[in-house]
Design a protein around this ligand. Sequence first.
Ligand SMILES: Nc1ncnc2c1ncn2[C@@H]1O[C@H](COP(=O)(O)OP(=O)(O)OP(=O)(O)O)[C@@H](O)[C@H]1O
Length: 386
Amino acid sequence: MAETVSGAEIQLENVTKRYPGTGEPAVKDFNMTIPAGKIVIFVGPSGCGKTTTMRMINRLIEPTSGTITIGGEDTLKLNADALRRKVGYAIQQAGLFPHFTVAQNIAVVPGLLDWEKKKIGDRVDEMMDLVGLDPSVYRDRFPRQLSGGQQQRVGVARALAADPPVLLMDEPFGAVDPITRGNLQDELLRLQLELRKTIVFVTHDFDEAVKLGDKIAVLGDQSTIQQFDTPEAILANPANDMVAGFVGAGASLKQLTLLRVRDVNYHDNALTVVAPDSSPAELRKQMSEQGKTYALVLDARRRPQRWVHVRDLSTASSLATVGRPVGDNVSTQSTLQDALEAILSEGGNAVVTGSRGEYVGTIDIETVTNTIQQLRDEHDAGSAAS
Ligand SMILES: Nc1ncnc2c1ncn2[C@@H]1O[C@H](COP(=O)(O)OP(=O)(O)OP(=O)(O)O)[C@@H](O)[C@H]1O
């Protein structure tokens, strides 16, 4: 297991970068506190200064003026080794050295820091395990003998090798196909649960920002901060037209991926019956008493089995075979996006189950549309207030 290191807070104060021979600064008077152990995403149009801002944190680019501290220490006062220990760096297309093996690539920073050979070897294996590459298979391969996704994994392993509290990631998953990209994102989130680094992540992709970010900074020209907030807050209430443009037209739908079924008022008033304790005739009687056309048959552990229409019951001999099986169901942990898909594939109510798969309620399209409406109203109220 990797050592669990909580990240360090990063502070940028009045940071400006003026490239030699240019008129306007690329980054102008940038101020931000990046909380320890969180993922902060920089998004914004091409050329707005995201990379310049990020690279000033590890001084790959020297600020023209201003201060940057990591865990309270002024980075301008740190030497190169101290900075390498504090900040890992991963970039698009992994940036691996083509003539180095996977192991040699991962060992670069520990080597520069003069770790003992044995310690470096152990660390390389540990990092490869961490990012899901079997050391016995991949240790001695060259980057060209790996897939794009595997190269990115090596890039992340290399960035983490010296166990820095801060990780800078510049479009690290920009060059891989959407499925691999989704997997790498999931893995980063899984790793982060364990490692709790402070991660600054640059992307063009707003959906990636929403998925990964504890907070998102939407940047405009010269790295001016248009909005710096949680994904939920930015989706619900974009601060201005530029942010709204970035969030895109599907903002309400994107919000469905942030909400869980447990956060909304789903119903728990379906008529349920446990088979085989009950008979079709009894169920029919109950349904007519309660004015229900549909009922849900559960098994002995109260897990949903079948939907039954009242008219199925006149000819049914057993509740175990009557009606139609429950298709897609969702749990209280599922996102509203999953719920919407289940509702559409079920053609009506989707069954909601608890942690042991037991029936807890149903959710329907009105619940989802009401939630979207509510989010829109909150958004409108927010815009009216600001
Ligand atoms: N070495 C340099 N010399 C002069 N100007 C530069 C240099 N590097 C970047 N710039 C300029 O600074 C501005 C910000 O560039 P930067 O690469 O930080 O933007 P970005 O938001 O990361 O862009 P992208 O999303 O396209 O990568 C741009 O106008 C760019 O042309």
